[in-house]
Design a protein around this ligand. Structure first.
Ligand code: FAD
Length: 425
């Protein structure tokens, strides 16, 4: 590991956004015959850890249709960024690197190889091809701005840079190297941070011994609904839901987690409701039960739900499994219906950044120029990826944000050191 004494562009963090920024900056320079050096520093021993674990090792690179509606906050800013570099640009970019993407039923795009390694290797090759270098492990501990540009330092020494692109990610999966250090750098360079920085896309915990934890390993298609204190539906997700020994996980739970955690702070009295029969109302479910005359309730529930879940729900409703609907008192039937379509979840908390896929919060987006991703408080500094206050739902939207902002930041940094035209490839 040898860190050069000086560079034109220093990218701090070589994850999804940083690698993209390196390629974009290098291509912009080369396309215009300009010279300039680009060095990416990363603290991790293994590069691209998050790319490699993403999508269960297959890397859900983006989604066939990405709009700002898939992001939880700052949608106008997301729209503006996606107009510059959206899903089509991502697909073309990876195709150009020889990574063909396929669309799955859910709309998610994966490499046809079903291997995240294809994505990471292609990015690393592309960085090399444009003449940028990556030095690692080289953890950065300080970034200072002086009259002559920036000094980036770490245990390895220090390096001067004309421009810095901060691509340190958030705090999710800290063992990958993203532990929130970037927030401190941003603050030291004049930025603020959102009042809360929380795990998002994170599993949720229930009180120990809660009946759902007894169903550990069970996966069902269910709907989660976040209700405000007045009962108003605030947000809902219907998708695969996994019961675990600690509580709940799976796409629907991960997707709703950031809304629940956020609402809990801002709006006490919000509740999380689970509908085990998505799309069914209490009235329709009651009518379905009433139509089951003469049959044992366990058999009836099993038509729609897994046996383990059916048994657990009947036990919770204190109903004999072989009781028929006629033998069931009206009050018990009401309890059963409520459990089926509106189980209230006494969520205790979340599994924290260690198990989160992304971070909610970060550097406010209105502190950067969206056309260049350059800081509005610190000239010469750009920010991209998860260090910014943008997070999306499951489906490739978070990588899309990293690719898009990395691209814009890299291109703009190159233009700043060697004024050249904007390009899209
Ligand atoms: C388990 C898991 C699965 C995921 N699956 C998907 C998916 O399939 N699709 C999707 O869209 N999103 C997915 N995500 C989210 C996605 O990985 C992130 O949104 C994305 O990686 C953010 O990119 P980034 O470059 O901003 O940050 P990161 O990818 O976190 O990269 C930041 C880099 O900065 C380096 N760094 C941090 N601090 C320092 C420092 N002080 N000095 C030097 N280097 C530093 C880190 O080592 C790291 O390499 C997943 C996340 C996780 C945890």
């Amino acid at each position: 590991m040898i860190v050069p004494a000086a560079t034109d562009v220093c990218i701090v963090g070589a994850g999804a956004a940083g690698l993209m920024a390196a390629v974009a900056a290098g291509r912009a320079l080369r396309a215009n015959g300009a010279s300039g050096s680009i060095v990416a520093l990363d603290g991790a021993r293994t590069l691209g850890a998050k790319i490699l674990v993403a999508g269960g090792g297959r890397c859900n690179v983006t989604h066939w249709r990405v709009t700002e509606a898939e992001y939880a906050v700052n949608r106008p800013a997301v729209r503006s960024v996606l107009r510059r570099f959206g899903a089509d640009e991502t697909v073309n970019f990876f195709n150009d690197l020889g990574v063909e993407l396929k669309r799955e039923e859910t709309g998610k795009l994966f490499p046809v190889t079903d291997s995240a390694r294809t994505v990471l290797n292609a990015l690393l090759r592309a960085v090399d091809d444009v003449g940028a270098s990556i030095v690692h492990p080289a953890r950065v501990t300080g970034i200072n701005r002086g009259a002559q540009g920036f000094t980036i330092s770490g245990e390895w020494g220090s390096m001067r840079a004309t421009r810095v692109i901060l691509a340190t990610g958030g705090m999710a999966l800290p063992r990958s190297g993203s532990d929130g250090a970037g927030y401190e750098f941003a603050k030291s360079l004049g930025h603020s941070l959102t009042p809360a920085i929380r795990p998002a896309l994170v599993p949720l915990t229930l009180p120990s011994g809660h009946w759902i934890t007894e169903l550990s390993g069970l996966t069902v298609h269910a709907e989660l609904v976040l209700r405000g204190p007045t009962g108003k539906r605030l947000v809902h997700f219907a998708n695969s839901t996994l019961c675990t020994h600690f509580g709940l996980s799976g796409p629907s739970v991960l997707d709703i987690s950031r809304y629940l955690l956020d609402a809990r702070d801002r709006e006490p009295g919000t509740t999380l409701i689970l509908n085990w029969m998505p799309g069914e109302s209490a009235d329709a479910t009651d009518a379905w039960l009433l139509a089951s005359k003469g049959r044992g309730l366990l058999g009836v529930l099993r038509e729609r739900l897994p046996e383990r879940l059916s048994r657990a729900i009947l036990t919770q409703a204190r109903l004999a499994h072989d009781a028929t609907v006629q033998q069931t008192p009206r009050e018990s039937r009401r309890t059963l219906v409520e459990l089926l379509v509106a189980t209230e979840l006494p969520i205790q908390g979340d599994r924290g950044f260690t198990y989160a896929e992304v971070t909610a919060g970060g550097v406010p987006i209105d502190e950067v120029d969206l056309g260049t991703m350059e800081s509005l408080t610190c000239p010469g500094l750009s920010l991209c990826g998860e260090v910014l206050d943008v997070d999306g739902r499951i489906g490739g939207f978070n990588f899309q944000w990293a690719w898009a902002t990395g691209w814009i930041a890299g291109q703009a940094a190159a233009r700043a050191i060697a004024p050249i035209a904007e390009s899209n490839n």
